[in-house]
Design a protein around this ligand. Structure first.
Ligand code: PHE
Length: 450
């Protein structure tokens, strides 16, 4: 079934690192803390964990099995499995969603790179107002556009080199660096005065702050964080060989990703509470608050460089997977050469990133677009709506069109049994779609009737 020229992972560990690299990203260190902060800390974290293991992990297994079985990227995969049906549109939705996410994700990623430079050149000192620095930084439209472009170009340079030689190789260097940076920073955060209050906020659930919107966000966050609902894991699964152990790989990726989100919380919340700031500060949280805290620590600029370096690395291994989904669509469906596909997509995405890049202050029109600004709108549409829709449809596909027995056989191919396979089938058939629809229906209901 696989064509000779199609790339493959060189080792299981390499694949797990690349998939974990896709999952671990700004979602863990940037999006997770401020979303959890908005919706009451511990209660949100608890719900997020339930969603990761009750919904995310089953969907992850499903995506990997579709990819591995067909050895194709999403659109072609659905076409192969159900020729002549509309299921390939689900793949199309994934490609579109990847494009939408990459366009705003690259903007935030660009800011992280800019912040390495700011920390390095000592732009933050105890008497500098970090909020003003952030505003000044993001109000410079040219700089914002240039940094997003730079980040997309770095991503394209790696994706262009292919699966084993580009993506896997990069993951093998970047992920260990990421872990070392993270441990270093967490060690510092946990020994700060007041760290205990941060831990309490993160682990003691306050359900009164958990609104219906918070529930939807927890679900959106679980899917976003595991890179699910848009075909990234179908695409990465398509480079797996026939006897690779999918159950072990999926469980490793889910644990890695959740572990890092929690460790990210161990870094952010104690630091916030040490400085006595509100964890519900929104998307600017890690740029304003963290920067201001680093200033006041001895050797702060080193922590700043390491922290923003860590964010950049996390972002890069994720943008790689986003770009790979769209690129592989053009390779599999349109027969384009990898380098042509990579650079064309990266450039188109760069164009779409411009309104987001201008929406953090540079242009009033885009900053006030639809209330919260263009970037937030994109994040909301693609992250909180499109991913759950994609994930539900994927469940329907696997449960009722392809069929649970075939999907399960594909997960277990090579003799790697999925413990509690029947439970998986039950979750994919009923629980996952019902939960997503329920959570979704509630928000839409609320928006109509409130
Ligand atoms: N999982 C990534 C993160 O947490 C984001 C992402 C979403 C990447 C969807 C690929 C696909 O930052």
């Amino acid at each position: 079934m696989s064509s000779v020229s199609r790339g493959h992972w060189n080792s299981r560990f390499g694949f797990i690192l690349a998939a974990a690299g896709s999952a671990i990203g700004l979602g863990n260190i940037w999006r997770f803390p401020y979303t959890a902060g908005e919706y009451g800390g511990g209660a949100f974290v608890l719900l997020y964990l339930i969603f990761v293991f009750g919904i995310g992990l089953p969907v992850l297994l499903a995506e990997l099995s579709v990819g591995r079985f067909t050895q194709k990227s999403p659109v072609t995969a659905f076409k192969d499995l159900k020729p002549g049906t509309k299921w390939s549109w689900l793949g199309g939705l994934g490609v579109l969603t990847g494009f939408g996410i990459l366009s705003f994700y690259a903007v935030i990623a660009g800011v992280t790179v800019g912040y390495i430079y700011l920390s390095l050149t000592g732009k933050f000192s105890a008497d500098v107002d970090a909020a003003a620095v952030f505003q000044g930084f993001t109000a410079d439209g040219f700089q914002m556009i240039a940094l997003s472009g730079l980040f997309l170009a770095m991503t394209a340079l790696i994706v262009q080199k292919g699966v084993g030689g580009g993506i896997e190789r990069a993951a093998k260097i970047l992920m260990p660096t990421f872990f070392v940076f993270l441990l270093f920073l967490v060690g510092r955060a946990l020994t700060l005065e007041g760290a205990g209050a941060g831990l309490e906020f993160m682990f003691a659930p306050d359900f009164s702050k958990l609104t219906a919107e918070g529930v939807v966000s927890a679900l959106g966050q679980a899917l976003f964080s595991l890179s699910l609902g848009m075909g990234a894991m179908i695409t990465y699964g398509s480079y797996l060989s026939e006897n690779e152990n999918i159950p072990i790989s999926a469980v490793s990726v889910a644990f890695f990703d959740t572990g890092i989100a929690l460790v990210g919380g161990l870094l952010i919340f104690p630091t916030l509470f040490h400085a006595g700031v509100d964890p519900a500060a929104g998307p600017g949280l890690v740029f304003v608050v963290m920067a201001s805290i680093f200033d006041s620590l001895p050797g702060g600029s080193i922590f700043g460089v390491v922290f923003y370096g860590l964010l950049s690395i996390a972002a890069l291994t994720s943008t790689i997977s986003l770009l790979e989904v769209i690129t592989s669509y053009f390779i599999d469906e349109k027969g384009w050469a990898r380098s042509k596909a990579t650079w064309t997509v990266a450039f188109a995405c760069f164009l779409l990133s411009i309104p987001s890049a201008l929406s953090l202050g540079a242009s009033t029109f885009f900053s006030e677009f639809y209330g919260g600004g263009f970037l937030s709108l994109m994040d909301n549409i693609w992250g909180n709506y499109s991913l759950p829709i994609g994930a539900t449809l994927l469940c329907f596909f696997v449960a009722w069109s392809w069929g649970v027995p075939k999907a399960l056989a594909s997960i277990e191919a090579g003799g790697h049994r999925l413990p509690a396979g029947a439970v998986w089938g039950f979750l994919i058939r009923y629980v996952c779609p019902a939960a997503v629809l329920l959570v979704f229906g509630t928000t839409i209901w609320q928006q109509i009737f409130s």
